[in-house]
Design a protein around this ligand. Structure first.
Ligand code: PRP
Ligand code: URA
Ligand code: MG
Length: 232
């Protein structure tokens, strides 16, 4: 894991060839949704494994069948709340929870509106109570403008004050990280890679496209207006 010098407590996994190989597969436009979802699950699992290296441990005494010895437990692994941002974080969360198997899970929906405002609609929020010993992990594969995660963090704050708040994503644009960090300087951000920039529609470049659509298919947009009033 590499700390990025541009901000504090922002890390990428560019030093991990295995994580970079999974990212390469996710970026490839020829990767289908089955492989895309599997890739997100794998990234969740391996990034979680890396994050345990930053967690508090405790020495314990145990007995092997032969003699007494010392071992460790990763104490913080037992006190995790994973907040899953619909839709694209579902497979990422599936990977994270393989390492943080005790985690309580919150689900929030967030839909990003169009440029230039990128307004966020958040109609579904179910988050457990957050305790002082907890590590909150907010999972969202894409940090683009940072509007979604800023709104999610504002909401999650209402559920309690944790020991640490961590964002786990796949790709981030520098603009998004700067926005989140300006409002939440203590939040730690772990992503596979920090990409170059955003395009004018708010997509990360080079990116991997629309993570939700690539994982689950493009949603059909149905109008609620009667057909006669519907003008394209
Ligand atoms: O940093 P931002 O500019 O806010 O953009 C990032 C958000 O965009 C995507 O979600 P999207 O709104 O496409 O929903 P989806 O997962 O259902 O496709 C992605 O999963 C993030 O939540
Ligand atoms: O590049 C992007 C930006 C926002 N959301 C995505 O899924 N991809
Ligand atoms: Mg999407």
């Amino acid at each position: 894991m590499i700390e990025d010098k541009r901000w504090e407590k922002v890390y990428s996994f560019e030093d991990s060839p295995f994580i970079m190989e999974i990212l390469t597969q996710l970026r490839d436009k020829n990767t289908d949704s089955i492989a895309f979802r599997k890739g997100l699950v794998k990234l969740g699992r391996y990034m979680a494994y890396e994050i345990t290296k930053t967690m508090e441990t405790e020495t314990v005494k145990i007995e092997t069948p032969l003699e007494e010895t010392e071992g460790i437990i990763v104490k913080d692994r037992r006190n995790v709340v994973i907040v899953t941002v619909l839709r694209a974080a579902i497979p990422l969360m599936e990977g994270l929870i393989k390492v943080f198997e005790h985690a309580r899970v919150g689900i929030v929906s967030a839909v990003r509106g169009k440029a230039p405002k990128f307004e966020i609609e958040m109609d579904y929020v179910k988050v457990p109570q957050i305790k002082p010993e907890d590590t909150v992990i907010v999972a969202d594969p894409m940090i683009a403008t940072g509007s979604t995660l800023t709104k999610v963090l504002e909401e999650v704050k209402k559920y309690g004050e944790p020991k640490r708040t961590i964002i786990v994503g796949v790709l981030a644009a520098p603009e998004g990280i700067t926005k989140i960090k300006s409002k939440f300087p203590d939040v730690e951000i772990f992503v596979a890679k920090i990409d170059r920039e955003l395009d004018d529609k708010g997509y990360i470049l080079p990116g991997l496209g629309d993570a939700g659509d690539r994982a689950f298919g493009e949603p059909l947009k149905l109008t609620t207006l009667p057909q006669v009033h519907y003008i394209e």
